[in-house]
Design a protein around this ligand. Structure first.
Ligand code: NAI
Ligand code: MG
Length: 493
């Protein structure tokens, strides 16, 4: 940028952005959506429905069925009934179905992206460029494995499916989490009952329509909507495996209730990742990585880089750069193609974020928020930085799951490792340095399932993802992600 351009105080550029709203015409909403069981949409036996809203306008988009234990049992029965024929299918035939889902997602990509943004509040540029393409990529990737399972795990015996998988997913990446769960399960010959989060059921229900178009045999995929009680009913139902992504608190409850049941379990829970910037790091690149690490998807990301650890000599210059960059983030209408930070997913999540930010101020950390106008309706939170954070502060220990970055400093490599690992979580971490040997040294000492170097929040279907400690266990993605859905030589599930 030329120095000749004058910037007003505060660093905001002198020009503004014209609004560039994505059209919602491509989305055709039903007034209400039943449960997807046995290949068709059915009325809930519970007789109960609940509204699902847009968090950016607070308008009701549709009513959605609330499944009770009877409805869940019905979905599990449909999955069980579909199991023998699905398992008997030649693996290459099964692969064709999974490929079809991937191609349908690509064909209807715009519709999925717009609906994801309407129901969840994330910026359209993210749902369009990240969520939907990655969801399709997961189906493509696992479709490729369906007829190669014997080669995937050499020496392990003959691979076979586990049976019926109960899958419970959160609201931060609704379609992508559905893909992470369904793609490996189906490719390995399992059938599934999926429960989307209560605030974001709509793209999963659109995915149910894709299942119909792709002519997935009835009952192979079932989708039951509802809140925690519906999830708990699925955990207690006659399923062979539970895959859960969500809060550590609920993950622990699920682990308790599946203990001794013989049900397989994988848990992908919360995080409090350290993003560690060394003094030799390429600073402008690091700033982009730090910003992306915490403000991507409003910080509703389990692997978000929510703790920034900065080496002391570069603290002042990095902080200035971060504050400048924060000023340029565009917060608002998620359907606007220029928006960087969209709506907070729900009122409850907004309350949680606000409460934790308040605790940061009360405990003595220094808060920085850029000036920006927030829309009147909907749920919004300003991008926020905290400096003067100590390890004991709640904002350094607890998952905020919002656009809030806690900044701490360190002097030595050992101190960086010590501080990064000083957390009950262990999902992800980032390292920024020019020195390759330091990357390897750090990566082997950080207790995190994923460690990024000179980048952050990169996802690929071929790469396993998952945590240590209170971030859960089991891996999703890559070959590792197939294993929880397989038995070997008809052995124990
Ligand atoms: P949650 O863990 O309650 O919800 C996740 C999913 O679990 C939803 O589908 C929900 O309906 C279901 N669920 C809730 N209670 C259940 C139960 N007893 N048995 C079975 N399923 C159940 O998460 P919530 O309340 O939406 O968010 C609270 C906090 O959890 C967030 O502020 C964030 O810190 C963390 N979180 C982490 C996520 C991650 O990706 N690791 C995703 C969502 C939330
Ligand atoms: Mg909850």
């Amino acid at each position: 940028m030329s120095d000749a351009i004058e910037r007003p105080a505060g660093g905001a550029p002198p020009w503004g952005y014209a609004s560039a709203p994505e059209s919602t015409d491509v989305v055709r909403l039903e007034d209400r959506y039943g449960l997807f069981i046995g290949g068709e949409f059915v009325e809930p036996k519970s007789g109960r429905w609940f509204p699902t809203i847009s968090p950016s306008t607070e308008e009701t988009l549709a009513d959605v069925a609330e499944a009770d234990a009877t409805d869940v049992a019905r979905a599990v029965d449909a999955a069980r009934d579909a199991t023998p024929a699905w398992q008997a299918l030649a693996p290459a035939e099964r692969a064709k179905y999974v490929f079809r889902i991937a191609r349908q997602l690509q064909e209807r990509a715009r519709e999925f992206a717009v609906l994801e943004t309407m129901n969840g509040g994330k910026p359209i540029k993210e749902s369009r460029d990240v969520d939907v393409p990655l969801a399709a990529a997961h189906f493509f990737y696992y479709a490729g494995w369906a007829d190669k399972l014997e080669y995937a795990f050499p020496g392990r015996g003959t691979p076979g499916p586990v049976g019926v998988a109960g899958q419970i997913i959160p609201w931060n990446f609704p379609l992508l989490m559905a893909a992470w769960k369904l793609a490996p399960a189906l490719a390995a010959g399992n059938t599934a009952v999926l429960k989307p989060a209560e605030t974001t059921p709509l793209t999963a229900l659109l995915l149910a329509q894709v299942m119909q178009e792709a002519e997935i045999p009835h009952g192979v995929v079932n989708i039951v909507t509802g809140a925690g009680e519906t999830g708990a009913a699925l955990v207690d139902a006659d399923v062979d495996k539970i895959a859960f992504t969500g809060s550590t608190e609920v993950g622990k409850a699920i682990q308790r209730s599946t203990a001794g049941s013989g049900k397989r379990l994988t848990l992908e829970l919360g995080g409090k990742a350290a993003n560690v910037v060394f003094e030799d790091a390429p600073l402008d690149q690091a700033v982009e990585g730090v910003i992306n690490g915490i403000f991507f998807n409003q910080g509703h990301v389990c692997c978000a880089g929510s703790r920034l650890l900065v080496q002391e000599p570069i603290f002042d210059v990095l902080l200035d750069k971060l504050k400048d960059r924060l000023q340029t983030l565009r917060v608002g209408d998620p359907l606007d193609k220029n928006t960087d930070v969209g709506a907070i997913n729900s009122k409850a999540q907004l309350t949680k974020i606000a409460e934790l930010v308040e605790s940061g101020v009360e405990e003595g950390a220094e808060i920085y928020q850029p000036e920006c106008d927030l829309p009147e309706r909907g749920f919004w939170f300003r991008p926020t930085l905290f400096t003067g954070v100590s390890q004991s502060h709640r904002i350094a220990r607890e998952e905020i799951f919002g656009p809030v970055l806690s900044i701490l400093t360190f002097r030595t490599v050992d101190e960086a490792v010590e501080k990064a690992n000083n957390t009950p979580y262990g999902l992800s971490a980032g390292i920024w340095t020019e020195k390759g040997s330091r990357i390897l040294h750090m990566a082997s000492r950080l207790r995190a399932g994923v460690v990024w170097a000179n980048t952050f929040n990169r996802f690929d279907p071929t790469s396993p993802f998952g945590g240590y400690k209170e971030s859960g266990f089991g891996r999703e993605g890559g070959l590792h992600g197939l294993e929880p859905y397989l038995t070997f030589d008809g052995g124990p599930r």
